[in-house]
Design a protein around this ligand. Structure first.
Ligand SMILES: NC(=O)c1ccc[n+]([C@@H]2O[C@H](COP(=O)([O-])OP(=O)(O)OC[C@H]3O[C@@H](n4cnc5c(N)ncnc54)[C@H](O)[C@@H]3O)[C@@H](O)[C@H]2O)c1
Ligand SMILES: [Zn+2]
Length: 351
């Protein structure tokens, strides 16, 4: 069993092991001090695979459990499901002494987390991520959110869980394309600040070293979150490749998945950094090679002008400057502020 401690506004552990789903009840009882009512949020793909095991584990540790299943997919991270789950909590008399459990990928985690942050002004929250992306990224760091028609993740809160339980065995049932999406975020940590991780990913497939890789990524994200929980400084490094990625996702009407878009975004910014004389040739080649080795795309059909327009309409942008994350080499990415007028030219260099 691997354990990573997070020291954010709440101190909590991320536990990583195989088969640990069946121990969720015991682990939760230790953290919550006493068993209580558990309100589980999960989705329609995950429920038939893992919900019964979680309910059983909670019940045998003394919890009472009620479960709410949303349809799988990003469309479920919406205001309607937010309100519906809040009503479900109220109808089941969930109080501040109780706990919300998120069993699923980032969609379930983000929605459950935002409900936990706001229901009764905050109730206990435990994440049980079941996608690689959720294990290495969305369940760490306390960002919770829902989407509104005007944009993704526009409504949310910083709200840390009390515990994160990663059962690597649950990844066995992930479709390959969704697993590969998570690989893009794993590779991202290597390019940002972790050359040894990057090298490990090149020599051994992620699937053959899951626990180690998840622990490594969680530690990397934890370090960034400990230093900048509210995303006003170095947490922005985690956005490597994401400026172009968000444009690609939007321009494709979300047909291109997040992980694929991030892979393309990292390739674009790495090629641009190379042309700007900031990233050495050998590092660029290694970045493009590793993305291909994990069956991730490195190019798209959108032109620089469209990518630029989509990026500039991003509601979360502030002022005339945009922060880009530039790989000055593998393991050495830095925040680089550019004028918005320069962005199209940078995309052009990277395509
Ligand atoms: N909070 C954060 O810091 C943060 C960071 C990154 C991404 N996100 C959010 O995360 C979401 C994406 O997360 P995701 O990629 O996990 O998507 P997701 O939750 O939609 O899961 C992807 C698919 O995998 C299925 N699935 C989940 N676990 C499975 C399993 N073990 N076996 C079989 N199928 C399984 C789901 O039903 C879904 O169809 C986005 O909404 C994004 O905004 C949040
Ligand atoms: Zn991402």
């Amino acid at each position: 069993m691997k354990k990573v401690a997070v020291n954010a506004s709440r101190v909590y552990d991320i536990i990583i092991d195989k088969g640990i789903l069946d121990k969720s009840g015991e682990l939760a009882a230790e953290v919550l001090k006493t068993p209580c009512a558990a309100a589980i949020l999960t989705d329609s793909n995950v429920a038939p695979l893992y919900l019964e095991r979680l309910e059983k584990s909670l019940q045998s540790a003394g919890f009472s459990a009620v479960s709410y299943v949303i349809p799988a997919g990003e469309g479920s991270k919406c205001a309607e499901n937010y309100l519906a789950f809040l009503s479900f909590l109220a109808k089941n008399n969930i109080t501040r002494a109780d706990c919300i459990f998120a069993l699923g990928g980032g969609v379930v985690g983000d929605l459950a987390g935002f409900c936990a942050a706001t229901y009764l002004r905050g109730v206990n929250f435990i994440q049980i991520p079941t996608t690689l992306l959720a294990m290495v990224d969305s369940s760490v760091g306390g960002k919770t959110a829902i989407d509104i028609p005007e944009g993704k993740n526009l409504v949310g809160a910083f709200y840390q869980p009390s515990l994160v339980i990663c059962d690597c065995e649950t990844l066995d049932t992930l479709p390959d394309n969704i697993f590969n999406d998570g690989c893009a975020e794993v590779i991202k940590y290597g390019i940002i600040s972790d050359r040894p991780l990057f090298d490990k990913l090149r020599t051994t497939p992620i699937k053959e070293q899951l626990e180690d890789v998840i622990e490594n990524c969680v530690r990397d994200k934890r370090d960034v979150v400990n230093a900048d929980e509210r995303d006003v400084g170095i947490r922005q490094l985690l956005n490597l490749g994401h400026t172009a990625a968000h444009s690609i996702e939007a321009l494709s009407n979300y047909e291109v998945s997040h992980g694929s878009a991030v892979a393309i975004g990292m390739a674009i910014i790495s090629r641009a950094a190379n042309k700007m004389g900031l990233c050495p040739d050998s590092d660029l080649v290694e970045i493009l090679d590793i993305l291909s080795a994990y069956q991730l795309p490195t190019s798209c059909d959108f032109d620089a002008h469209s990518l630029d327009e989509a990026a500039l309409s991003d509601k979360k942008r502030s002022g005339d400057k945009i922060s880009l994350i530039i790989p000055f080499g593998i393991g050495n990415s830095q925040i680089y502020k550019v004028d918005v007028s320069e962005l199209e030219g940078i995309f052009e260099k990277g395509l």
